[in-house]
Design a protein around this ligand. Structure first.
Ligand code: PLP
Length: 359
């Protein structure tokens, strides 16, 4: 009998079963061509239609206007930590960054290579358990960078700084397409695909083309967004299979009813999870209630001596990937788009059962 597992991994993470099925078929025979998706040329009409559909679906799901271009690039979100300032920040200029945790700090470190960084909001004092409020950005800043969801700390921006007065850049790696946002208010959005959008190996970049071409430095060909726009994300060989899986995941999301529909499902999942967490005195969430993430719930046990036992129980019951990040400890339950409500019911039932036993 097939073992039931519930995958709460933080990324790469759970994807829809339909996507796995379709992708496996395409490895053996892509669209009845007798060829595997892994052996077709990226400049064939076969693959061009995959890339086009991925781009068009992203535009449709995000309701993007004509100024916003969609790119599928290599290098993961980590490459964007450096590619953003390389394309937007002159050496003598200042970029505003918010410091919300591990990922924001990595972005800050890279930006400092290219220009000056002003931290305009920090959660360091709360050990990254909050999101900074009332940030004020100097109007001359090249842009404001935020990390909309801190995957390790378990915090998320719920009130977005749309009116910051300068171009807005967001690392949305761990909450892209999970909730309705005004995506056109952002000038750059980037995300590794491996959480809500597909398999590892590709990242999506949404860019407002009007903000490009303003830096003085020479940008290497492969790192200049304008070249990728011109070449339709085909400047060099794209990660063909990862783009294909992203396209299938976008199709799945569209069939589900789009971002508003998935947000409703995501809210059901997080309401159930956090209500359970709050009802059980044995467990404590580590994040301020108004700032907690709907994608990554981080919590500890009040009695740390019980953590090993709870961790082992999760493992024996097929709950995968709930161990907290080594820098935070405790537990982390990731509830990305493809995680089913059934999985959240399974883990909350287990938490209740454990609490009853420890009575
Ligand atoms: C918020 C955030 N930004 C950036 C990254 C880095 O992504 P990649 O591994 O694709 O470079 C991660 C990875 O988990 C992340 O969660």
């Amino acid at each position: 009998m097939e073992r039931v597992v519930h995958n709460f991994n933080s990324g790469p993470s759970v994807l829809p079963k339909e996507v796995f099925e379709e992708a496996s078929r395409a490895i053996l025979d892509f669209n009845n061509t007798g060829l595997s998706i892994l052996e077709i040329g990226h400049r064939t009409s076969l693959f061009e239609s995959v890339m086009n559909e991925a781009i068009e679906l992203t535009k449709e799901l995000m309701h993007l206007d004509a100024d916003h271009e969609v790119l599928f690039l290599h290098g993961g979100a980590t490459t964007q930590f450096m590619q953003v300032p390389m394309n937007l920040l002159n050496e003598n200029e200042v970029a505003a960054y918010t410091e919300t945790g591990t990922w924001a700090n990595k972005a800050i470190k890279e930006a400092k290579i290219f220009g000056h960084v002003e931290v305009v909001g920090s959660a360091k004092d709360t050990n990254y358990t909050t999101i900074p409020k009332d940030i004020s950005v100097t109007p001359t800043a090249a842009y404001l960078h935020i990390t909309t969801n801190e995957t390790i700390a378990g915090t998320q921006w719920h009130v977005l700084p749309y009116d910051c007065g300068v171009p807005l850049v967001a690392d949305m790696s761990s909450d892209i397409l999970s909730r309705v946002l005004d995506f056109n208010k952002f000038d750059i959005i980037y995300a590794g695909a491996q959480k809500n959008m597909g398999a590892a190996g590709v990242n999506i970049v949404v860019v407002n083309k009007n903000i490009l071409g303003k830096v003085k430095r020479t940008i290497p060909t492969i790192l200049d967004y304008r070249n990728h726009i011109k070449e339709h994300s085909m400047l060099n060989t794209p990660p063909v299979f990862a783009v294909y899986v992203a396209m299938l995941t976008l199709r799945w999301l569209k069939n589900k009813g789009g971002v508003a529909a998935i947000e409703k499902i995501n809210n059901k999942k997080t309401d159930l999870f956090y209500n359970t967490l709050e009802s059980l005195p044995l467990f404590t969430g580590t994040v301020a209630k108004e700032d907690r993430s709907k994608m990554n719930a981080v919590f500890v046990l009040k009695d740390p001596a019980l953590e090993k036992e709870f961790g082992e129980l999760c493992k024996s019951e097929g709950m995968i990937g709930v161990k907290g990040h080594r820098s935070v400890g405790g537990f982390r339950v990731s509830m990305y788009n493809a995680l089913t409500l059934e999985s959240v019911i399974a883990i909350t039932d287990l938490m209740k059962e454990f609490a009853k036993r420890k009575g």
